[in-house]
Design a protein around this ligand. Structure first.
Ligand code: SAH
Length: 217
């Protein structure tokens, strides 16, 4: 390897995550363990631990480390949780979820990205991740309800199906807004039939494309 990824990962946690107020030890320790550079290919690998999103091909990006940590923190994951992720992309966020929860169900619409993420995650030894190719805006209805749902692409609105697939006391984290400019991270908590929404910070994601999202232009 050309660089010491352990040292880079530690520095990333110190200067990008903790310095911005995320002290959740389970998240920080897991992010130190996960070899982020393996989720990025070619020369972009050199940028794996930097404070920005990085291209993963097919017009998509691996999210900035801080955004990954923040969204995970907002989810308030418990070890027994079953999680649904929409937008596998590189698989890095998937790895973090798999470190923290019991089961992760992840959906990606671009077959090549899903294949690559699956290969890396399998080679790292994760056995609690289930993969699906397709449109995640309809959810994963044959698997029952999810304790947590995370959408890692910009949605024009909150897909109703995802709300319906949230278990009681479940939490959904999703960036909502215009994909040409920026979005706001929304946190939706379900209590019975009630959905309470609050807003976190502004962010920028690639578009969520599907039946209940943007159309493929
Ligand atoms: N968490 C990922 C983010 C990847 S970018 C990472 O950090 O690597 C967002 C991903 O969402 C892209 O790979 C894109 O192809 C995927 N995506 C967009 N719309 C989707 C949809 N409707 N269903 C599933 N995946 C979708």
């Amino acid at each position: 390897m050309l660089f010491d990824n352990k040292e880079l990962a530690e520095k990333m946690i110190r200067t990008q995550i903790k310095s911005r107020g995320i002290y959740n030890e389970r998240i920080c320790e897991a992010m130190k363990r996960i070899p982020r550079h393996l989720f990025i290919s070619g020369s972009a690998k050199q940028r794996a631990y930097g404070d920005y999103p990085v291209s993963i091909g097919h017009g998509q990006t691996i999210s900035q480390p801080y955004i990954v940590a923040l969204m995970t923190d907002l989810l308030q994951i418990r070890e027994t949780n079953r999680i649904l992720e929409i937008g596998t992309g590189s698989g890095y966020q998937t790895a973090l979820l798999a470190e923290l929860a019991e089961e992760v169900y992840t959906i990606e619409r671009i077959p090549e990205l899903l294949k690559r993420a699956k290969m890396i995650l399998n080679s790292l030894g994760y056995v609690n991740i289930y993969f699906r190719e397709g449109d995640g805006t309809v959810g994963w209805s044959d698997e029952g309800l999810f304790h947590r749902i995370i959408v890692t692409a910009a949605a024009p609105f909150i897909p109703e199906e995802l709300k319906n697939q949230l278990a009681d006391n479940g939490i959904l984290v999703i960036p909502v807004g215009d994909y040409h400019s920026y979005q706001v991270l929304k946190v939706i908590q379900r209590t019975g039939t009630r959905f309470e929404t609050r807003e976190s910070i502004g962010c920028r994601f690639v578009p969520l494309i599907g039946k209940y999202a943007f159309t493929d232009e």
